[in-house]
Design a protein around this ligand. Sequence first.
Ligand code: URA
Length: 429
Amino acid sequence: MNIIEIISKKRDKKRLSKEEIEYFIKGYTKGEITDYQAAALVMAIYINGMDYEEIKDLTLAMANSGETLDLSDISKTIIDKHSSGGVGDKITLIVMPIIASFGIPVAKMSGRGLGITGGTIDKLESIPGYRTDISLEEFKNNIKEIGISLIGQTKDLAPADKKIYALRDTIACTDNIPLIASSIMSKKIAAGANKLVLEVTCGSGAFMKNQEEAEELSTLMKKIGELAGIETVCVITNMDEPIGKAVGNSLEIEEAVQALKGKMQEDVKQVVLTIASYILKLAGYGNDLEENKRKVLEKIQSGEAYEKFTQLVEKQYGDVEYLNNIKKAKYIVPVRNEKSGYITKLNAEQIGKASLELGAGRMKKEDEIDHTVGIILEKKIGSKVDAGETIAYIHSNKENIDEVKQKILSAYKIDAEKPEEYKHILNII
Ligand code: URA
């Protein structure tokens, strides 16, 4: 067996055996298969697809590319949550401390930004000192001591995903069901949780552009989860417009902090409450989802959820004081719309691209990101606006931002008629 034969098979639309998939994952993880060979195979998978058996084999090979954690000595129930990616998606940062404040252990391995979508790890790293690369021993200890740990992909846990994920980002292979399912589920299997809620995003700012694709991805990940003994629920959320107000790393941390202190945007609130209520159900805290939502609001109002977030930041070497005084970019520039009416569209993909252009994400694997830049969306779908009103603010460290401004303006559609109500939760699988 060799990698050229494996690439040729997938190029020619043939199925790969379990052994071939394992050969690729082992070889690439060890550095014996080059980036360009891996890129060719990943592109062939992107174009020609994989069947369920191949996707399952790829997921398990990636999960087994490093250590797999056994957290059963901590608790019978360990919770994890993951998003398939979106623009302005800070839901993990809000939900996980809330859940940990119930005393439910949270073990979460997140990713960096991918394409136009932001990553929880990049957002957390905007907090000075916060370490997403702690050892697995510390990860486990943190869960034991404060009930939560949030880390990035490591060279020990699912290292194959770390490499393939970064590669996909730079070869236009992000929006693909086999690659997303194996990436997400390999991390989840390796990190040791046994209850999982997946936020599967759908719309212009997500990898899945329509509900049918999001449902296909959800069904697949649920099947793989259950095969691996992880009880899995998928919440399909609408990502046609960005979620919340902030897009960009430290801006989203600021929004998450406000949310944990009780000031939540309505769309963020609906998604947070839905996901948290399903997690509570999975964790055995009650089957009544409305009652669970009330319990979640109590944890926010009592200050326990925010307190848990500060404990997490401190435990992972972050500067808690910084949360009260988050650093801003050099220029904060208003974007004013030209006509009056109702906002009927706010294209999340365009906003994601504008944010990338400011430097909030990576164009190349090696790019450094600028944590302070991004966009604050003052007006969203359904808002009434007057001509000349500020609809957004650009936070930039570059002075010349005309193109970014144009991108933001073109993301908004303004019509005379009020649009139909925008649904935030599209389905539960
Ligand atoms: N999140 C992941 O971890 N992987 C993907 O491919 C997409 C979102």
